[in-house]
Ligand binder design. Sequence first.
Ligand code: AHR
Length: 508
Amino acid sequence: MKTTKIFADRNLIVGKVQPTLYGSFIEHLGRAVYEGIYEPGHPTADQDGFRGDVISLIQELNVPIVRYPGGNFVSGYDWRDGIGPKEKRPVRLDLAWHTTEPNEFGTDEFMKWCKKTGITPMMAVNMGTGSVKDAAQLVEYCNHAGGTTISDYRRANGSEEPYNVKYWCIGNEMDGPWQIGHLTADEYGKKALEAAKVMRWTNGETEKEAAGERLKLIVTGSSSHEMKTFPEWDRIVLEHTYKQIDYLSMHRYYEYDEESDHPLEDFLGAADDMSEYIKTLKATIEYVRAKVRSKKQVHISFDEWNIWTQSAERTEPLWKRAPHLLEDVYTFRDMLVFAGLMNTLLNNCDIVHVACLAQLVNVIAPIMTEKGGRAFRQTIFYPFKYLSNTARGETVRTFSDSDTFENQYGKARYLNEAVNFDPETRTLVVSLCNYAQEKRGVELELRSFGELKAKEYVEMTSSDLGAVNGFGAENVAPHEKDLPAVKDGSRVSLVLPPMSWSYLRFQA
Ligand code: AHR
């Protein structure tokens, strides 16, 4: 059996994990909103129609921030359609997903849902068919106290107090030809700069000060590093907007492709590939920061990431309300890659300050529901749950002598790890993926954390890489292991099953 040595030292800190690293995303797409978070008449729904069973599962995931209302949807969306008396709201064609949008759920309902769940809203404005004025007026609707026609609409619609929304995405995937109102980098950069400026003014901010909290503004970066325009798109957009914004967004979905030469290796290479992608954008940010002579540090908002079988065919007809779209049922294999992606986010937490698992319910999501009925946890639910609940401190740099395998992106490590230490609770968390098809020994050398006591050890393993969960059948779930011995307070020897994810928690 091969053994990999992994070394981590308390003093070698990558960065603090921002709580917003564990964000997620709800789009008006398929059954994410309707039959997902919102289903009046469902046995667990409250008086506002919010599904209680779904809220409980989201709370289990401990998601602190949710991006809304899209996604591609936002680029054709007029936020005014989603406010006011429900019976008067227009029913529209959604050209992003070719569905019918009833607008029964809109900004006020989302804010109410956020308040109920304790989740921070992260709003996106329309930079496709929408104007700078539309974006600024949505800020006014959400954040202005009152006394103007637009802010008084909000008050009339039931919210006397402003929502004080802080996080704003200026558009979505504007580099993609599939986007409604797609722009060139130069066009988008100019428009985003104006939107940012005017949104800040509307929020009562001057260059130096703000009436309330300053907005956290996110410009649209590349939709993936496979875009022909990557990374020029990012450079150009940043050059236009650097001084006005706080984050550059990035998106990436990975897919298991049976047609590829080495399907398994090519899929398992995702975590290390995502790391390279982040590093390129980090370097792009640094380049632009030097070029525009700014002392400010722009961070990354990785506001769409997940596994998504994009090649799956659509089976639902056009223009249906809340159709079953993008309802990927995640396999054990998907979970393995997903856990590696989480490790990558943790290992890059110095630059990635916001990340949104896309999405949260029904649409490429960890939670699935049936209309009027049950909900279940997908395989990917678990790594998110364990890490989101405990890996909240500082990521510590690791050194590993793992061997590597070839894949479509280059080389990737068989042993993929992340180590996180919370100095407040003195909790040390280790997340380990074994991508080898044989069991592997691991020697953890965890120095200078103090005397460690093992508190929790869970493992996800399966003889069937294609195993999935379903309603009443959550077969793919972590199981508890006997706690490992800690030698000399800091050394731990483990044996990881082939193709597995392991999670360990220690108290220092
Ligand atoms: O999350 C699904 C879609 O993926 C989003 O609408 C879009 O932004 C991305 O292409």
